[in-house]
Design a protein around this ligand. Structure first.
Ligand SMILES: O=C([O-])CC(=O)C(=O)O
Length: 283
């Protein structure tokens, strides 16, 4: 790995309702990503379970499911974002929670999906994620020796203020782990990802679920986008590993050309975060 450059491995999964099968697939893909030289591996949303009983499947975080990911991070000596897990929350609905592990197994960051997918589509079912899940409370930035990551999950992608806040606080890589619907994804997925990359001059790593889910067809199309907005690499709708290079030198080059993060008119308008957590926690 040369200065400011590293390989990232994005793992597109077709998770079902059996953790054992999902775990075996995850183990296989992570070994492929490590073999391809990835220093950071990222999984998609609800990696451990996709079925009809999210509440029943909820697990402790950290707990046995996330222990698997921690062990894999240590085994291969890499940074690992576990996608998200349905987190059991005593006395409340579960949360949709991500953990980031360091190569020594330390938890470096924790984020729960803020925006819940409560929508009515004309040509498709309606979704009420808030019937099953409760939203998180904090924005999450994770500083690692590789880069600074801003975390998000799926529908969060439609809320540009979240990403601008994370970029304004130092994010270089905006991560979205998703289980996007094909109905919306065919028109919205790529434009949203490229817009978040361009407007924030950040890399975007968006890691999807693929295949048929109980309520919808998942869109897949895991994608790595450059700070200039180019699609560096993408998958279609099969499970697998997408690898690509993150080059912070290129990011700086784009920011020198288009310093939009600096050209903000704070005298006219201002975005404010009430709850920003920066990991390792310094605030
Ligand atoms: O499932 C989600 O959270 C988001 C999604 O498909 C969309 O925004 O179209």
């Amino acid at each position: 790995m040369s200065e400011g450059k590293f390989q990232i491995g994005l793992i597109q999964m077709d998770s079902g309702d059996q953790w054992e099968g999902n775990r075996k697939a995850a183990a296989r893909y992570i070994s492929q990503a490590a073999e391809a030289g990835a220093s950071l591996v990222i999984f998609p949303e609800t990696v451990d379970y996709i079925g009809t009983d999210f509440r029943g499947s909820a697990a402790e975080v950290p707990g046995p499911v996330t222990d698997f990911f921690r062990e894999q991070a240590v085994k291969y000596g890499l940074y690992l974002h576990c996608g998200s897990i349905t987190e059991r929350v005593p006395g409340s609905l579960p949360k949709n929670t991500s953990l980031v592990f360091g190569p020594d197994g330390t938890i470096l960051g924790r984020y729960s999906k803020l925006h819940l997918f409560d929508v009515e589509l004309e040509e498709g079912p309606s979704y009420r994620e808030s019937d099953d899940v409760t939203g998180g409370e904090d924005i999450c930035l994770v500083k690692t020796p590789l880069c600074t990551m801003g975390l998000s999950v799926c529908y969060d992608m439609r809320f540009p203020e979240l990403y601008r806040l994370m970029a304004g606080h130092g994010a270089q890589l905006l991560v979205n782990c998703a289980n996007f619907t094909a109905n919306t994804g065919k028109d919205h997925w790529e434009p949203l990802l490229r817009a978040r990359a361009i407007e924030n001059t950040c890399y975007v790593a968006a890691v999807g679920q693929c295949g048929r889910k109980p309520k919808f067809q998942a869109w897949g199309h895991t994608m790595l986008v450059s700070p200039w907005g180019e699609v560096i690499a993408a998958l279609e709708n099969e499970p697998g590993v997408l690898t690509g290079e993150i080059d912070l030198g290129k990011l700086e080059q784009v920011r020198r050309q288009i310093p939009s993060l600096k050209n903000v008119r704070e005298d006219v308008y201002r975005l404010e975060s009430r709850r920003m957590k920066v990991y390792p926690e310094v605030m």
